[in-house]
Design a protein around this ligand. Structure first.
Ligand code: DX5
Ligand code: ZN
Length: 218
């Protein structure tokens, strides 16, 4: 059951609502929202007010990826704005278990992301508590970067860690996902593909781009 998460970072923000609808109607399983603060990553994007304003356009789950320092300060705001999955970066959380418990306390699904240079083992103790692992396949901060070539082995190792645990933890990958890298990521064990530029910059349109990603990953 492969899921596609459309990252609106690469959408045309002058017609964001329309693009969210296109992604949802085009078959995206999740709407992926990249939140950046200019500190954890060298870029700034959107906050809860934007999430709230587009939330009513679709019933697809909102997968909110917090690339921000001290994410605990904003969990309630994003939860109230309509996030369904709240994913924090492991590197941004000294007390990761506490943050995960806070997300669950808000009634949301908890995800943890790791940067390309962070080893999988950093998630070993938190895996029993979370719903989703996000393996970053680029350094976070921008859309349209190239997939890091060593990531399939990392995805495969994380797949093994999850399977060994015997819990239903979704394994998501994010960054540089297009037809060719999608198939490698899925073969390695990814089950949710985040894609921004391959979906929103495809000249054939959003729906066709999502179909292409799905069929390439088969
Ligand atoms: C990167 C973000 C991604 C980004 C992916 O920091 O977390 O979600 O939008 O964009 P593409 O698919 O263009 O690499
Ligand atoms: Zn993301």
């Amino acid at each position: 059951m492969l899921k596609i998460a459309a990252s609106i970072l690469s959408a045309d923000f002058s017609r964001l609502g329309e693009q969210v609808r296109e992604a949802a109607q085009g078959g995206a399983d999740y709407i992926h929202v990249d939140v950046m603060d200019g500190h954890f990553v060298p870029n700034m994007t959107i906050g809860p007010v934007v999430v709230r304003s587009i939330r009513g356009l679709t019933d697809r789950p909102f997968d909110v990826h917090l690339m921000i320092e001290s994410p605990e300060r904003y969990l309630a705001d994003f939860a109230e704005a309509g996030a369904d999955i709240l994913t924090v970066q492991q590197e941004a959380c000294i007390h990761l278990h506490r943050v995960v418990e806070e997300i669950k306390g808000l009634g949301k699904r908890a995800g943890v992301a790791i940067n390309p240079a962070t080893p999988n083992i950093m998630l070993k103790e938190i895996l029993p508590f979370i719903d989703l692992v996000l393996v970053m396949t680029v350094n976070p901060g921008f859309g349209g970067q190239s997939f890091i070539e060593t990531m399939p082995a990392k995805i495969a190792e994380m797949r093994q860690m999850i399977d060994a645990l015997g819990r239903d933890v979704e394994l998501e990958v994010d960054g540089g996902i297009h037809s060719e890298t999608a198939s490698r990521a899925v073969r390695a064990g990814a089950r949710v593909l985040v894609s921004g530029s391959a979906i929103f910059a495809d000249p054939d349109g959003v729906e066709r781009a999502i179909q292409k990603l799905r069929s390439s990953a088969k």
